[in-house]
Design a protein around this ligand. Sequence first.
Ligand code: GLV
Ligand code: MN
Ligand code: MN
Length: 411
Amino acid sequence: MENLRINSERLWDSIMQMGRIGATAGGGVGRVALSDLDRQARDLFVRWCEQADCTVRVDRMGSIFARRAGSDNARPPVLTGSHLDTQPLGGKFDGIYGVLAGLEIVRTLKDAGLQTKAPIDVVNWTDEEGVRFGSGTMASAVFAGRYNLDHGLTRADMDGNTMGAALEEIDYAGPEPVGGYPVAAFFEAHIEQGPILEAEGKAVGVVLGAQGQRCFKVTVDGEEGHAGTLPMVQRRDALVGAARMIDAVNAIAFKHQPHPVITVGALKVRPNSRNTIPGQVVFSIDSRHPANDLLADIADKMRRTCEHIATDAGLGLSFEQISHRNTIEFDERCSGDIRKMADRLGIAHMDIYSGAGHDACNLALCAPTGMVFVPCERGISHNEKENARPEDLAAGCDVLLHVILERAGTV
Ligand code: GLV
Ligand code: MN
Ligand code: MN
C-alpha cells in the first residue's frame, strides 16, 4: 500500500477534459456557478464518479457528494474535494484540481481493489467563487453551520434572482439536508494561487491557515439626467461618487501595508448609457487581513470614508456587509498528517498560509480540516493564463491519497 500512487496522466487528462467546458479564447475557463456550463461540468463529474463505483447525492445547496463505500459505513466519512465553478475569466485548475484529485483517488483505489473502513466522499461545493451572488463559499458555509439554509438559498444576484431559483434552473436543487452529520476530516487540495512554493522549489504546501475576509455591497444613489443639458454644478452623478469611493478604499489598503488587500472587482451602473448621467451604482468590496481586529478597523474606515464622500456629493449611500469570516487556523493533526505523508513519499514541502479563501475555511468550523497546496506557474490565478505542472499536481494528489487512506483506515 505504501507504494500506491495515483495515475498522473489520468488526473491531467481529466483536468484538461473538464477545462473544455466553458473554454475561453484566451486559453482559460469561464464557468460561473449555476450557469448552464456549470451544469455540464457537474453532469460530467457525476458520470465519472458513477463510473468509479461511487453513489452520488446532491444536497439542498446543490453541493455534490460522491461516496465510495467503506467496509463500515456507519463511520463518519472522510471528505475531500473543492469546486468546479470558475471566475468569468478563470483558469483550468483553481478548484477543479481539488475535485478531480478526489476523483483520481477513488479511481486509484478501485484499480487497486483497496477498501477503506470509513467511506470516502468526494465533494463539489456549489459556488465557491461567489461571482454572481456576491459572497463565495456559501454552500460550504451552510454545511458548516455558519449560515442557515434559508440565508444560503435567498442570496440574490445584482438582478434580484436567488441562488435557490438558479439551482432549480440547472436541476441541482438536491433533496439532501445540508450538513448536520459528523465528518471524520476534510482535506482540500488546491493550487497555491501565489508565487511562494514555486520560488522555494517545493511541490507541496502544508496550509496552516487562511486570512480573514469581509465583503461589502455598496449602493450609491444619485439622479439620472441628460448628458447634454444638465449643468455640471447641478448633477448628482452616482458614478463619479463611486469612483471617488473606490479610489479612497484603495488608498486605505496602501496606507496600512503590508497586510490588507482590498479589491473592488464588480460594478453595476444604472442605466449604463453614454448620454445619461448615472443614477445608481452598485459595487463590491472584498477586503482581507490576517488580523481580525485590524480587518474590522479597516471596514470602519471604509464605511466612514464612503459616507463622507456621499454626504459631500449629495448622494445616497447603503454600505452593507454581506459576508464576514475570521482568520482560520487549520487542524494541527491534519497538517501533521500532510507533512508526515509528504516526508514519507519523499516530496519537498513547506508550511504556508493561504491568502485566498477556500471551502476548507468553512469546514474547519465543523470538522478537522487540512489543505494541500501545489505550486502554480508564477503564482498566476483568477486569470486565463493559470497553469500548473502535471508532476506537482500528481505529488499533491499522492500526498492526499495517503493522508486519506490513513484517516479512513484500510481493511
Ligand atoms: C476565492 O477564489 C477567493 O476569493 O479567495
Ligand atoms: Mn478555489
Ligand atoms: Mn478562485
